[in-house]
Design a protein around this ligand. Structure first.
Ligand SMILES: O=P(O)(O)OC[C@H]1O[C@H](O[C@H]2O[C@H](CO)[C@@H](O)[C@H](O)[C@H]2O)[C@H](O)[C@@H](O)[C@@H]1O
Length: 288
């Protein structure tokens, strides 16, 4: 706790009894608590150009202050693990020596302790999609209403994403691309992962729920906080909801945005984007 001169630490009150129990359990036994966080929209503010996304300026310090006080901290992201590490500034940070980054929705793993990324072999469908996608988008640009489409391809290595945030009408472009990208993905054995003005074509078989569940088993978590902002975080919320029914306290935190409301409806705590997430992490660290 802070000294008498410090302003008092304000922790949010979770709106559900299960959320309040989880926060309680974390504060009582922090050494058995796991903190897991999404990257874009949760630790990093959303920006128009995905290559310019960086962790909130105070995020790394907040994580580094909290990590030594809890069992473990993990970042679970749709980004390739090495990209999240780079954009997050997570490598070589005192306090984050045991940080784990699960990339590509858990298919990849980076551990600060080794500084290496482990990953499965690439899915052949990604190569095929990478080759066909520019032609498909060019064909659509010629269609009525699609001139100057403004869709941008992010080559993620093990997946390919099409972003519409910089299109003239981002939401209309997103909706127009759903069906053709779905067909393309299916034809090559991939799935479409929708996100905040992005449609990603990626291999099936892994999601943040599976990644989180496996990680929590590995570290023998006795309480968990998960924070996310996007549709890809819903499986992680579902994992926590299931764990709660089995007796493991879990706190569902939504990094709120006007773009995605599905998470806020299920969350125990809604904070104001990455700035709110950082404030929450700081408050928890100060309470421990
Ligand atoms: O699981 P996450 O860490 O949340 O990653 C999800 C996707 O995030 C990125 O896209 C999003 O952030 C961009 C930068 O702020 C933004 O421009 C875009 O509209 C968002 O969808 C990233 O580019 C994707 O690869 C991630 O899968």
């Amino acid at each position: 706790m802070g000294s008498e001169q410090d302003s008092p630490v304000t922790l949010p009150t979770p709106v559900t009894p299960a959320g309040r129990d989880a926060l309680d359990a974390m504060l009582r036994h922090p050494g058995r608590a796991v903190i897991a966080l999404d990257f874009d929209g949760t630790l990093a503010p959303i920006v128009p150009d995905p290559e310019q996304a960086r962790a909130h300026p105070d995020a790394v310090a907040a994580l580094a202050a909290l990590a030594p006080k809890v069992a473990s901290v993990a970042v679970i992201t749709g980004r390739p693990a090495d990209v999240a590490v780079r954009y997050g500034g997570f490598a070589g940070v005192p306090g984050l020596e045991h940080l784990t980054v699960l990339g590509h929705y858990g298919a990849e793993r980076w551990d600060a302790a080794t500084g290496t990324v482990s990953a499965p072999p690439p899915h052949p469908g990604v190569t095929a999609v990478r080759d066909e996608l520019p032609g498909l988008l060019a064909g659509m640009a010629g269609m009525a209403g699609m001139a100057g489409m403004g869709a941008w391809i992010e080559d993620k290595g093990r997946a390919v994403a099409v972003h519409t945030r910089r299109a003239d009408d981002p939401q209309a472009m997103f909706e127009a691309l759903r069906a053709p990208l779905g067909e393309l993905a299916t034809r090559h054995g991939l799935i479409v992962e929708p996100g905040r003005l992005v449609l990603e074509l990626r291999p099936p078989g892994m999601d943040k729920g599976v990644a989180l569940r496996d990680y929590l088993r590995e570290v023998s978590a006795e309480s968990v906080l998960y924070a996310g902002d996007d549709l890809g975080d819903l499986p992680a919320f579902a994992t926590l909801e299931k764990l709660r029914t089995e007796g493991t306290p879990g706190l569902l935190v939504c990094s709120g945005s006007t773009e995605v409301t599905e998470l806020s409806e299920r969350a125990d705590v809604v904070v104001d984007g990455p700035q709110g997430v950082v404030a929450l992490l700081v408050s928890i660290a100060e309470c421990l």
